[in-house]
Design a binder for this molecule. Structure first.
Ligand code: ASP
Length: 328
């Protein structure tokens, strides 16, 4: 039966009709708007998966895989090279809002798509597997050895060395006060080094009105061996439930302290439209620490970031920042 638009709106408002599938994707708090040429196809892929009958979780994973395979983003191929100039460690997570299922990996090395390994963790009795255990788990699940190093992350690493010398105002403050060379914990000796951030994330609503979120990163700019951010921390980097899904990006340490994904989800659960929930989360966050997020609710979508990659400055016109794309 075809439901005519005015009735559809009433039924949607009453929660009696699932809104059409939707996907919202982000390319990281540091991503310029021009990089929507990467987030648009990722959102389109997620939506196509949903329209082909895939679950919200299938859609979210499909969106993140596109971004992990795009070397311009700091996830999967192209993930940040850490301080030693050679190590790549990645974090990823996914959550199914319909079942509450959650899976994550942290500091995993040498896999092409960490988010797909996180999906496998969801099937185990665990929530999170880290380090060498995560890499070995990936092999046991059939994921082959893969080196995510490429021209893009090598070039980024060179810029990082310049950042270390003090020219980027954005993430360096905490490190100016910290003698990181004394804490060098890489297997290889200290040379001169450091790296910019950008997580990728995708939230979805499927045809049944279920929600999911998925996320993947190579970590923040200046990153020790074994450092883990918000991405695999339950309720911090992503959250999905019966009322929506949220995926974050930005300085992981502060995202964890503010439990941004779950806090934003709680706004969706109270009935706020997704864009309003995103705006409130951004307004509640310290204005000089980078945060971006995307969200989807029962009939709404939203996204934004407090940092402008173009202006290299913190801003309050959140919706017009960061590469983020909606497909519905
Ligand atoms: N949130 C990520 C982390 O802290 C980095 C990012 O989003 O850019 O690992």
């Amino acid at each position: 039966m075809r439901i005519r638009p005015p009735f559809a709106i009433l039924l949607l408002a009453a929660g009696l009709l699932a809104a059409p599938p939707a996907a919202v994707v982000h390319g990281g708090a540091g991503s310029p708007r021009a990089r929507m040429d990467g987030t648009d196809p990722a959102a389109a892929k997620a939506l196509a998966t949903l329209k082909a009958g895939g679950s919200a979780l299938d859609g979210a994973l499909a969106g993140v895989v596109v971004l992990e395979d795009d070397p311009r983003f700091n996830a999967g191929t192209g993930a940040n090279i850490r301080l030693d100039g050679r190590t790549i460690q990645m974090d990823a997570a996914c959550m199914d809002g319909a079942t509450g299922g959650y899976g994550a990996v942290a500091a995993i090395e040498r896999v092409r798509n960490p988010v797909l390994v996180a999906r496998k963790v969801m099937d185990t009795p665990h929530l999170l597997i880290v380090g060498e255990g995560a890499t070995r788990f990936a092999r046991a699940m059939g994921f082959p050895d893969y080196d995510p190093t490429c021209a893009e992350n090598k070039a980024r690493f060179q810029r990082v060395q310049a950042i270390l010398k003090g020219s980027d105002p954005r993430q360096i403050e905490a490190w100016k006060r910290y003698d990181w060379k004394k804490a060098w914990n890489f297997p290889t000796p200290l040379k001169e080094a450091l790296g910019p951030s950008d997580t990728v994330g995708c939230v979805t609503r499927d045809a049944k009105g279920n929600f999911a979120a998925a996320i993947s990163t190579g970590g923040t700019t200046i990153t020790f061996y074994g450092r883990v951010g918000d991405v695999p921390m339950f309720g911090a980097g992503i959250y999905a439930g019966p009322k929506g899904a949220v995926a974050c990006t930005g300085n992981g340490e502060d995202i964890i302290k503010h439990l941004v994904a779950k806090t934003t989800y709680d706004l969706l659960a109270r009935g706020l439209p997704a864009q309003e929930a995103v705006d409130r989360a951004l307004r509640a966050f310290p204005p000089t620490i980078d945060l971006g997020l995307v969200a989807v609710g029962p009939s709404t979508t939203g996204g934004g970031c407090n940092y402008s990659a173009e202006k290299k400055a913190f801003v309050t016109d959140y919706r017009r920042q960061m590469a983020w794309s909606v497909a519905q």
